[in-house]
Design a protein around this ligand. Sequence first.
Ligand code: SF4
Length: 297
Amino acid sequence: MNPYYREYSDFLAERFEGKVQKISIDLALGCPNRDGTLGHGGCIYCNNAAFSPDAAKNALGVAGQLARGKAFFARKYPTMRYLAYFQSYTGTYGLHSKLIEAYREALADSETLGIIIGTRPDCLPDTLLDRLVRLSKESGKEIMIEFGVESMHDSTLELINRHHSAATAADAIRRAAAAGFAVGVHLILGLPGETEEMMTATVDAINALPVSTIKFHQLQVLRGTRLAQMYAEGLSLTLFTPDDYAALCVRLLKRLRPEIALDRFVAQAPADLLIAPRWGLKNYQFREILLKKLAES
Ligand code: SF4
């Protein structure tokens, strides 16, 4: 609990009793922005290697991945409960019957209290939403949806090759929330060409939508991406220092609807993939900088 913004832990505590930990489940799903359905190159900041299916992990299946995750945490916290997080690639991109089977398998686990599904805004049709509503009722457990929104400016979405519009994101958020799901959004701060006014306008647009949680990520230039190539060719980017980024987060937090819980402020790419900015900070270290700035503001 802190006096400056709503913590994600508060959001979870309202829904679940005791300590809850996310366990990432990889279904080795593809992405329509990579397999040619929408495009081949993917989003300009997305790294192939970072998003390669983890064959070893996938071979374990849903129950096996959950068991492995639980074994890791249960050693320290025997009473820990879990949320299965379908985060890799596009978590709703696949044959609907297969997807429902995988989600159902996670929900059947007695220590798993719910699931979180991460996806693109253009990959959650009403037919799948209806099936998720039925699955949530049947299991008696919570299903939460997270959308990669990144920006609410079409000019930016086009530049970063997202292949969806801000209107598509707004529509997906409204439909998922109307179906009864808590909705989370991911935004990237510092996208090419974006001014602070544009980022603030994105936050304003999110404020007007039925969003429960948010993740802010600083733009990172990763090896093997189109962005890395553009950067090497001289593209001018706002690459924040931790201090500048924290100051920006403070200003955006003052703007953000206070009911929206903050899930993350920073992205952490593997060091061998990261070209810039190289902060070398752990999450908790950034949080300390941010809280200090909030206290001073
Ligand atoms: S960021 Fe997501 S939507 Fe974009 S190419 Fe990568 S996996 Fe696909």
